[in-house]
Write a protein that binds this ligand. Structure first.
Ligand code: ADP
Ligand code: MG
Length: 260
């Protein structure tokens, strides 16, 4: 089996500064540096408003950085056409979004955007995406919007994976799901990351999800990295008082269900 990482995302001193309504500047992210490798999950956690969504949105250029550099396999992402970049760096959002129509139509959507012939229900492309997201082929003809939240999130995942991305971004993917469904999705993500050698970069409020999937953990506060390292070690032994306090907050579990 191929063991070399497929993707290598690197952030070097990435900052995001926005002008507020007055003349004052707000620093949303300050000199963020880390590397996310293929076959590994990098999990970003931190209080509400700490810049987690902004950080993840930089990686497929839904937001633009003010300083620093982000590279994908050594290439500056600003030099990559945004549409091609978003194919290589797929994103799954907090709340599943289903287009009108069947599950199959939802999976064919990315191809129609690109004016390519969409793969049929029996195609290897569709079967592979369904398999990775652990969806049964029996769902293909169902109205996507009639599915449960957990099933819809899996269709989202399948739709993200159908383009063979190198990087998968997830912003609180389980926050709209109940506990068992969230755990099931976490197990799926873990397997997909390993099997596809994907660089998974995920924001979550869900401690269980972080424990079960994270290889590297990044703790953000007010746009700055407070802790970064091997997830198992940091979760067992936080290095700072700030992170210790954060882990002890009951808000962890609450925000899992309500999102932010
Ligand atoms: P998180 O996902 O960790 O909750 P966000 O990245 O959504 O945090 O937001 C970080 C902070 O930046 C918040 O205080 C938010 O209100 C603010 N913010 C987000 N986008 C902008 C923007 N375009 N201009 C100014 N402030 C912003
Ligand atoms: Mg957010």
């Amino acid at each position: 089996m191929e063991r070399t990482p497929r993707a290598n995302v690197e952030l070097e001193k990435v900052s995001v500064v926005r002008k507020s309504t007055g003349a004052a500047e707000i620093v949303l992210l300050h000199e963020i540096s880390f590397r996310a490798g293929g076959g590994e999950t990098t999990t970003i956690i931190g209080p509400s408003g700490s810049g987690k969504s902004t950080l993840i949105r930089l990686l497929n250029r839904l937001d633009e950085l003010s300083a620093g550099r982000i590279t994908l396999n050594g290439d500056d992402i600003t030099a990559i056409d945004p549409l091609l970049l978003r194919r290589r760096v797929a994103m799954v959002l907090q709340k599943p979004f289903m287009f009108e129509g069947t599950v199959l139509a939802n999976l064919q959507r990315p191809f129609l955007y690109r004016k390519e012939t969409p793969p049929g229900r029996e195609s290897e492309t569709v079967r592979r995406a369904l398999g990775l997201a652990r969806l049964s082929t029996g769902l293909l003809e169902r109205d996507a919007r009639s599915l449960s939240g957990g099933e819809q999130q899996r269709v989202n995942l399948a739709r993200a994976l159908i383009n063979h991305p190198e990087v998968l971004l997830l912003d609180e993917p389980t926050s709209a799901l109940d506990r068992p469904t969230a755990d099931h999705l976490a197990a799926t993500l873990h397997d997909v990351c390993r099997a596809e050698r994907l660089a998974v970069i995920m924001v979550t409020h869900d401690l269980r999800l972080a424990e079960h999937t994270a290889d590297q953990l990044i703790y953000l506060e007010q746009g700055r990295i407070v802790e970064k390292g091997a997830a198992a070690e940091l979760l067992r032994q936080p290095q700072t008082e700030a992170f210790r306090r954060f882990l002890a907050e009951p808000a962890w579990e609450k925000e899992t269900r309500h999102g932010n």
